[in-house]
Design a protein around this ligand. Structure first.
Ligand code: NAD
Ligand code: FES
Length: 273
């Protein structure tokens, strides 16, 4: 039974839960995700595994309450059980051989970038991290990211903490300082990942992003998570969600994410229908 063992509010509408899921915890790797369902008539939706503890048999999930299903999940308390939880799904992120990697998390994207930074750090790679949020109240995992990074840079859009600006401004500073960067891993909203990709393409830096595509089955059957990479069609759920960034059609991904926005607004979050 996937019982919720801990629950924490990280920022307004941003929650963290630790869930009993020994089989998933045993196999999980950075970059993988779970698909869950909270209500028997509710949708299935993916969440990246933000952390795992193989000994305790737990996984950590972080989510923003943006729609009916995430609000229902946010309403569950310690001791409650998640109806369905499947995983780990997707491919573990394939990190290139690198001495120094810049890990970038934008907004909620800090949750999925943390396990990447942690795994790189544990493998002896020098991790330089940049995390950004609209304002200081939306920043989270600062201490966690510090622990696995040689240097941590913080940006806020309004300048209420760290450097005023976007994560891309901090990245550009690092590039212009002459720092040798073997790889960038950037996870966050699609416009951020597109902006990072455009910047690193200009400087020829290998870049990985993780796509938060629409997903239904998570097994390559429904086509919901289709993504065009160069001339190829891939599925984020089985080929990703992490991909090399420079050939991704980000505009197509942004159009696909907007597809069900109207329907989402009509859903009554009390029943999850
Ligand atoms: P946000 O809009 O608050 O942005 C967070 C930070 O990203 C900003 O502070 C800024 O530094 C950077 N950023 C945003 N737009 C940028 C741009 N055009 N150029 C350069 N930098 C930019 O983010 P949020 O509200 O936390 O994010 C919500 C979105 O992130 C949702 O759409 C959600 O689906 C997505 N998300 C993606 C993943 C993933 O795996 N890729 C994971 C969690 C959430
Ligand atoms: Fe259905 Fe990927 S979620 S094909």
């Amino acid at each position: 039974m996937n019982k919720i063992l801990e629950k924490k509010v990280l920022a307004p509408t941003l929650k963290q839960i630790v869930v009993n899921a020994p089989l998933i915890a045993r196999k999980a790797k950075a970059g993988q995700f779970v698909i869950l369902r909270v209500h028997e008539r509710g949708e299935r939706f993916p969440l990246t595994i933000a952390d795992y503890d193989r000994e305790k048999g737990t996984i950590t999930l972080i989510f923003q309450e943006v729609g009916a299903s995430t609000k229902l999940l946010g309403n569950l308390e310690v001791g409650d059980v998640i109806l369905d939880l499947v995983g780990p799904l997707g491919k573990a992120t394939k990190h290139p051989h690198a001495k120094r990697v810049v890990c970038i998390g934008g907004g909620v994207g800090v949750a999925p970038v943390y396990p990447e930074a942690k795994e790189l750090y544990e493998n002896g790679v020098e991790v330089i991290s940049i995390i950004g949020a609209r304002n200081k109240d939306l920043l989270f995992y600062v201490d966690e990211m510090k622990k696995v990074s040689k240097e941590l840079y913080i940006t806020t859009d309004d300048g209420s903490a760290g450097r005023k600006g976007f994560v891309t401004d901090a990245l550009k500073d690092l590039i212009l300082s002459g720092m040798e960067i073997d790889c960038v891993i950037a996870i966050g909203p699609m416009p951020m990942m597109k902006a990072v990709s455009n910047l690193t393409k200009e400087y020829g830096i290998y870049t990985i992003v993780s796509l938060n595509s629409l997903m239904v089955d998570g097994t390559g059957m429904c086509g919901g998570c289709r993504v065009t990479i160069g001339n190829e069609v891939k599925f984020a759920c089985i080929d990703g969600p992490a991909f090399e960034a420079h050939s991704i059609d980000f505009d197509e991904q942004m159009r696909r994410l907007r597809m069900y926005q109207e329907e989402e607004k009509l859903v009554d979050c009390k029943c999850g229908e």
